[in-house]
Design a protein around this ligand. Structure first.
Ligand SMILES: NC(=O)c1ccc[n+]([C@@H]2O[C@H](COP(=O)([O-])OP(=O)(O)OC[C@H]3O[C@@H](n4cnc5c(N)ncnc54)[C@H](O)[C@@H]3O)[C@@H](O)[C@H]2O)c1
Length: 260
């Protein structure tokens, strides 16, 4: 049932995601689905009638998301895995096979902008994990693979950023890898990426009261931060049959921030 946009809350607007054209029970893997944007994406995928493999390195987060979906009548499986590990990813695909062939993939997991790792290792984690999960998905489910959405950022693509260098480098690389996938596979699967601006999640919450952040956020034409559900809605659209003619795109989800 469609809900008016005026029902917007901290959790964002609610729409009828069943209209996106997924066949009920088709399988999606969402990485980093134990928190923030990944969690909202997993919950939205379940509202879209997909069966969800909830991957996260944090077992508690993965279990909570999967339980929330199963308790509301959806189908979800919690899978504890670090997408930076070949061994974990192989095991995660084995476990996820219980749901059936994986048609859809959301590469959301990525390290925070602030990490103790050296540049090379951070880059390998942020970009390499998306390559690892996508490549192994194609190897195992190439015939079923319909589309993938990768989590990029406004940073590296539309803005610079004064934090650690690896983050914008990785996020620009993820956009480049997405275009490579789009061309290489000619739409089977389609590959798109999203570029969130400032999205209120457990990761960004501590920065909200920071003066620099407040000055930057004041420039957002939408007059608010993004909610995880804002990103989830765009991810589900790009992933879905409704976006059949969209391949290789990078969509900013930033309330107009990068146009300001
Ligand atoms: N929040 C924002 O403003 C924002 C903006 C642009 C891009 N992003 C991107 O969105 C994604 C999610 O960010 P968020 O703000 O929701 O963060 P979050 O910390 O709320 O959630 C991230 C989740 O990913 C999991 N995770 C992290 N590394 C992992 C790994 N190696 N293997 C498996 N799981 C892992 C964490 O355990 C956590 O549950 C990240 O890729 C981030 O770079 C976020």
């Amino acid at each position: 049932m469609n809900q008016p946009a005026s029902t917007q809350t901290l959790n964002g607007p609610i729409y009828d995601f069943r209209a996106l054209g997924f066949a009920p029970g088709e399988v999606v893997v969402v990485t980093g689905a134990g928190s923030g944007i990944g969690k909202a994406t997993a919950l939205t995928a379940a509202k879209s009638a997909l069966a969800v493999a909830v991957w996260d390195m944090d077992a508690k987060g993965a279990n909570e998301t999967a339980q929330a979906i199963n308790a509301s009548g959806g189908t979800a499986l919690a899978v504890t895995a670090d997408v930076g590990s070949d061994k974990d990813v192989a095991r995660a695909w084995d476990e996820s096979a219980r749901l059936g062939p994986c048609r859809y993939l959301v590469n959301n997991a990525g390290p925070s902008m602030v990490t103790e790792l050296p540049f090379d290792a951070s880059l390998a984690l942020a970009m390499g994990s998306i390559y690892r999960v996508t490549t192994s998905w194609m190897e195992r489910h190439g015939a079923a693979a319909a589309s993938v959405v990768n989590m990029s950022s406004v940073l590296g693509n539309f803005q610079g950023g004064t934090g650690q260098a690896f983050y914008p480098v990785a996020k620009a690389g993820i956009a480049g890898y997405t275009r490579h996938l789009a061309l290489k596979h000619r739409g089977q699967p389609r590959a798109n990426a999203v570029a969130p601006g400032f999205i209120l999640t457990p990761r960004t919450q501590p920065y909200l009261q920071n003066e620099n952040t407040r000055v930057r956020l004041a420039r957002i034409p939408a007059g608010r931060t993004g909610f995880p559900e804002d990103v989830a809605a765009a991810v589900m659209f790009l992933l879905s049959p409704a976006a059949d003619y969209i391949n290789g795109a990078l969509l900013p989800i930033d309330g107009g921030w990068t146009s300001s």
